[in-house]
Design a protein around this ligand. Structure first.
Ligand code: SF4
Length: 351
């Protein structure tokens, strides 16, 4: 059960309250390269990404946000480190949210400047704590970037926000360790009611990164912790969005389009199931309906899963039975399976 948090608005997207968990990603282009950045944001939008963050390293990039904003529809977040003045410029450029890192943004008077401007423009601020960049004095005190060190960093930063009566806050506290991430987010969840942005930072390459993120983010979400997620991968950012929605869909928190159930195959399989599953995945990827489609390798679990799904294939030796809404419709040769399944889906859904 999710404990209801405060809600903030990032452009037209709501984070927290009783809103669905929001999926976000980050561009990997140089923000000053407006053309490539816009192209990447548009790819992210098409993949369903709901909020996009951009690295803002200097004044040129902070100014570039204005033109980028005009060319895309998705709300944008400026990721600011070291220089609070870039946050001020990004806000002038029309950014929808600011992320600051308390470990490197400077003292309270600098944070205060950002708060003042964010208040004027009615945009939220994410306090984005990162285990890899905690304030020096806190690192000295704790020796290591422990969850306790991150909590002390958060409390000190929140003091500044409270003093300035600013509550349009999202919090993140990312670690590369899944175990530390779980501890720190559980602590924050009990500490305050600001919406939480979840992620495992520097999670890794596509497969290990997606697994670490799924475990960390998934455990927290299953405890009702978290309002927005970013899966950080050393990969195309579109993959981050796909992974994010897969995590949400596996917990029944969001359903976007069809879900493919396919068996891993084993020695009993007598068709090229991997090829069939890939072709079905390609065919269904533009469907908007939340259908379940099963592609199964043999009679052990095949008919059962195919019947339970909205549509399915249960294969035999060089052939497969096609199922729709729990009933076997026909049996066809392996070479015709995907097209025939697609026809059945088309007839039954009109997609
Ligand atoms: Fe093996 Fe059949 Fe199970 Fe697929 S459905 S993994 S082929 S036993």
């Amino acid at each position: 059960m999710r404990k209801e948090k405060r809600q903030v608005r990032v452009g037209n997207i709501k984070i927290g309250g009783n809103s669905p968990v929001v999926v976000q990603s980050m561009t990997k282009t140089k923000t000053a390269d407006i053309k490539r950045t816009v192209q990447q944001i548009k790819r992210l939008e098409r993949a369903g990404c709901e909020v996009v963050r951009l690295a803002v390293r200097d004044r040129t990039e902070a100014r570039a946000l204005k033109e980028i904003k005009q060319k895309v529809g998705v709300p944008l977040v400026a990721d600011i480190h070291f220089d609070y003045r870039l946050a001020l410029l990004a806000i002038d450029s029309g950014i929808d949210k600011i992320r600051i890192n308390p470990g490197n943004i400077g003292g309270p008077e600098r944070i205060q400047e950002v708060i003042k401007k964010a208040k004027d423009y009615c945009i939220p601020i994410r306090i984005g704590i990162n285990a890899g960049s905690l304030p020096e004095e806190i690192l000295k005190k704790y020796s290591h970037p422990t969850p306790e060190a991150m909590i002390e960093t958060l409390n000190r930063t929140l003091e500044v926000f409270y003093k300035n009566s600013f509550y349009d806050i999202v919090i993140s506290a990312k670690c590369a360790s899944v175990v530390d991430t779980l501890r720190v987010y559980e602590m924050i969840h009990n500490l305050c009611d600001f919406p939480l942005h979840l992620g495992i930072t520097e999670a890794g390459l596509l497969l290990p990164g997606a697994i670490h993120s799924a475990v960390g983010i998934g455990i927290l979400l299953s405890q009702g912790i978290g309002d927005t997620i970013r899966v950080s991968l050393t990969a195309d950012p579109v993959k981050e969005v796909i992974a994010g929605f897969e995590i949400l869909s596996s917990l029944n928190l969001r359903t976007t389009g069809p879900k493919l159930v396919s068996c891993p195959t084993c020695g009993r399989c007598e068709v090229n199931l991997k090829k069939i599953a890939h072709r079905v995945e390609q065919k269904i990827k533009n469907l908007k309906k939340p259908l379940t489609i099963a592609v199964m390798g043999c009679v052990v679990n095949g008919p059962g899963e195919a019947k339970e799904a909205d549509f399915g294939i249960a294969c035999g030796k060089g052939i497969g039975a096609i199922f729709a809404k729990g009933r076997e419709i026909k049996r066809v040769k392996e070479s015709k399976l995907v097209e025939e399944l697609w026809e059945v889906i088309d007839e039954n859904t009109g997609d």
